[in-house]
Design a protein around this ligand. Structure first.
Ligand code: ATP
Length: 234
């Protein structure tokens, strides 16, 4: 056992001749909020997928939750992928319970937890609404709740802020802090430094396929020029 929820060493991935990820290593301390920051196409999604055992690396390895292989701790991990997707005919409550059931959560307990999450976030009015009737941002909130409803020890969110309006971005921040306070470890990717600054204990910066920085938010702030820090994706 050790005190890291993610330990990635030398992760490397080629797509054809293109090296999308080049020897990325990362250690996420248990109980922390950790940000992977970088521009579009830098290799964040592929890195996260290798860490979770969804994509096989060409080199390197990943261990989760104190040294386990990703496959053996699947039920203790929650993951919001970059491609969002829920069954459009499901109501929010069912969609959340369904996602929980895929990770081993009892159906009735999933429905119960769905209601508590939704009311805590002030979303009770959409709990019986079908996904197809919702805005994209609202559906994303439902998927986010579904990905953490089984109370995972490790939560990995790929660009969770993208596509959310400011109110839902605040709800997301609240949820992340609440999950950390419950004892979970959170790893998320973003291309906006401000999001990482507000939430993270530590960050890694990935650019052009490789890790360019790792450290505290304060150390990153001192290093990066303002225009890099606050230029949002257009
Ligand atoms: P984004 O936020 O745009 O997804 P990212 O930092 O998450 O960016 P990745 O999605 O990991 O980056 O992609 C890294 C690079 O690898 C990009 O140039 C992308 O086009 C390429 N890539 C990703 N997946 C594949 C694939 N399956 N086949 C070929 N190239 C890929």
């Amino acid at each position: 056992m050790n005190d890291f929820s993610v330990e990635a060493k030398g992760l490397t991935k080629y797509f054809g001749a293109f090296r999308a990820v080049d020897q990325v290593s990362l250690e996420v301390p248990t109980g922390s909020i950790y940000g992977v920051l970088g521009p579009n196409g830098a290799g964040k999604t592929t890195s996260l997928r290798m860490m979770l055992g969804i994509v096989d690396p060409d080199a390197g390895e990943s261990r989760l939750l104190g040294g386990h292989s990703p496959q053996t701790v699947r039920h203790r991990v929650g993951y919001l992928p970059e491609e969002r997707g829920l069954y459009p005919g499901m109501k929010a409550r069912e969609a959340i319970a369904f996602m929980g059931a895929l990770r081993g959560l009892d159906w009735a307990e999933g429905r119960h937890r769905a209601a508590s999450f939704m009311s805590e976030l002030g979303l009770e009015r959409v709990i019986d609404e079908k996904i197809r009737k919702m805005s994209k941002g609202m559906a994303q909130m439902v998927q986010l709740i579904g990905s953490i409803v089984h109370a995972p020890d490790l939560i990995v969110l790929d660009e969770p802020f993208s596509g959310l309006d400011p109110v839902n971005q605040e709800r997301l921040e609240m949820l992340v802090r609440r999950e950390r306070d419950r004892g979970a470890t959170i790893l998320f990717s973003t291309h906006v430094m401000a999001h990482a600054e507000r939430l993270c204990d530590r960050i890694a910066i990935i650019a052009r396929s490789a890790r360019r920085f790792e450290g505290t938010v304060d150390a990153a702030r001192a290093l990066l020029p303002m225009q890099v820090r606050y230029t949002p994706r257009t």
